[in-house]
Write a protein that binds this ligand. Structure first.
Ligand code: HEM
Length: 139
């Protein structure tokens, strides 16, 4: 790492997630690509999903050319402090959301069952009343 190289904290990098203030984190390096948003193929739509996180996989999935990789140097502004990257964030988020969804689903099932039981009880009550009337009064 060069002397006086700027080091950024993950959460701060994530804050630059708008078309007029756009930073990307790729392979531990931070790029301020604000000036390139309008000229990047795919434009802001593509980059919107790559900001606010580590975009290393997104970048390599596209299979950028050597020209694109060369261009990156222009936008390089520093390194990320690796210890600030929440590696398990996406996994934890996924798990939390799954548990939350599961809890919501179970609650919905319980509510549907309760309504069903109440409807069956009411039907049973009126049916008995009707049968009693038929037996006693003939209607
Ligand atoms: C500093 C970072 C980046 C630079 C300098 C850059 C530059 C470029 C360049 C020059 C191209 C034209 C094709 C090529 O030469 O490979 C391109 C295409 C593309 N880039 Fe990037 N890119 C960067 C980051 C990203 C990231 C993080 C994504 C996230 C998915 C991305 C998605 C794409 C896509 C989808 C295309 C192809 C668009 C198409 O063909 O319609 N790029 N990029």
């Amino acid at each position: 790492m060069a002397l006086n190289q700027k080091t950024f904290v993950f959460d701060d990098v994530c804050k630059h997630n708008k078309p007029d203030d756009c930073w990307l984190l790729i392979s531990g390096k931070v790029y301020d690509v604000t000036q390139f948003v309008d000229n990047h193929p795919g434009g802001w739509d593509v980059w919107r999903r790559a900001t606010g996180k580590d975009a290393t996989i997104d970048f390599s999935d596209v299979g950028h050319s050597d020209i694109a990789k060369g261009k990156m140097k222009i936008f390089y502004i520093g390194e990320i402090d690796q210890s600030t990257i929440p590696i398990k964030r996406s996994y934890m988020q996924y798990m939390t959301e799954s548990i939350y969804n599961l809890r919501n689903t179970s609650q919905l099932i319980i509510k549907v069952l309760l309504v069903g039981i109440m409807a069956a009880a009411l039907r049973y009550y009126y049916l008995r009343k009707y049968m009693k009337n038929v037996q006693e009064n003939g209607y």
